[in-house]
Ligand binder design. Structure first.
Ligand SMILES: CCCCCCCCCCCCCCCC(=O)SCCNC(=O)CCNC(=O)[C@H](O)C(C)(C)COP(=O)(O)OP(=O)(O)OC[C@H]1O[C@@H](n2cnc3c(N)ncnc32)[C@H](O)[C@@H]1OP(=O)(O)O
Length: 252
């Protein structure tokens, strides 16, 4: 059972071609999985709902700083024509859903089996701007990831400032997503955080993640949270992620 689910899950991943996770498969195995998956998808309900909301797109709660930075990175996402030559994008925006297994990876059946009511922690509040408003961009060579984060009023810790756990959540989300893009599905093994300056509630900050090194299944990342002009260092962190097989989540 677990093995079948893994097969469906991996096949769907390669079809979805989203950058969140890469499968390392021999080309012939990849073709086989794709075929298996397409056949299964033809007989099963579609894994993508047209109603799936991409939470990383601008909404009315975004302040001027958040919008400006979004435009800055987003404008570097599209392919450009320079003279006769086509220039590749420098950054890629990563979509973000509240049911990652269902919408981002196409693992609709896995998402039902694990927890049909499960929702991504950072995307489970309906009111725009109330909690975690963020968008992630990954660089072309994938060595860097940048997140524009606007902290809503429900994230209060010390009066008027963002809760340390909410900051840790965002660091884990950004570095974890970055590690998944670089490697495969990963889990956080270690997260070290130094809080340097409090983050005012309602403010927009930049969370930048950089690859330190990869060692087999291990991905080591460093991260800093700064004001949008880079003048204030709010938080810095290092994180270790370990690539897992999906059966790890099924207790296999
Ligand atoms: C499928 C998902 C779809 C998602 C799609 C969309 C995603 C949407 C974006 C959301 C992004 C959010 C990102 C949040 C990510 C979490 O929050 S994950 C939740 C928190 N983390 C956990 O619960 C993990 C619990 N721990 C574990 O499950 C296991 O300990 C681990 C981490 C998987 C490692 O276990 P293992 O696979 O048996 O590996 P193990 O052999 O013990 O260790 C491998 C290597 O790592 C080293 N290591 C392991 N742990 C440590 C440690 N703590 N310190 C130092 N070294 C360590 C070992 O020494 C070993 O090193 P080498 O000997 O190879 O040099």
């Amino acid at each position: 059972m677990a093995r079948t689910l893994c097969r469906i899950f991996k096949g769907c991943q390669s079809i979805c071609s989203l950058p969140l996770m890469k499968t390392r498969l021999h080309p012939s195995a990849s073709v086989l999985l794709r075929t298996v998956c397409v056949r299964r998808m033809l007989t099963l309900p579609l894994p993508f709902s047209p109603k799936a909301r991409d939470f990383s797109l601008p909404n009315s709660s975004w302040g001027a700083e958040m919008r400006q930075l979004y435009e800055h990175y987003n404008s570097q996402c599209e392919e450009e024509m320079k003279g006769e030559e086509k220039q590749d994008w420098a950054w890629k925006r990563l979509p973000s859903y509240n049911r990652s297994l269902k919408y981002a990876t196409g693992g609709v059946y896995l998402s039902k089996i694990i927890q049909s009511k499960a929702r991504l922690f950072t995307r489970n509040i309906k009111e725009p701007g109330a909690a975690f408003e963020y968008v992630l961009f990954v660089s072309k060579d994938e060595q860097k990831c940048v997140c524009i984060f606007q902290a809503g009023h429900l994230l209060e810790g010390p009066p008027g400032h963002v809760h340390g756990g909410a900051i840790a959540t965002m660091i884990d989300t950004v570095t974890g997503t970055h590690a998944s893009v670089l490697s495969a599905p990963v889990m956080t093994a270690n997260l070290n955080i130094n809080y340097r300056r409090p983050i005012p509630l309602g403010s927009t900050v930049l969370i930048e993640s950089s690859l330190n090194k990869t060692e087999g299944r291990k991905v080591l990342i460093s991260c800093k949270v700064t004001s949008t002009d880079g003048s204030k260092l709010h938080t810095e962190a290092t994180a270790l992620f370990v690539a897992i097989n999906v059966s790890h989540l099924l207790g296999g």
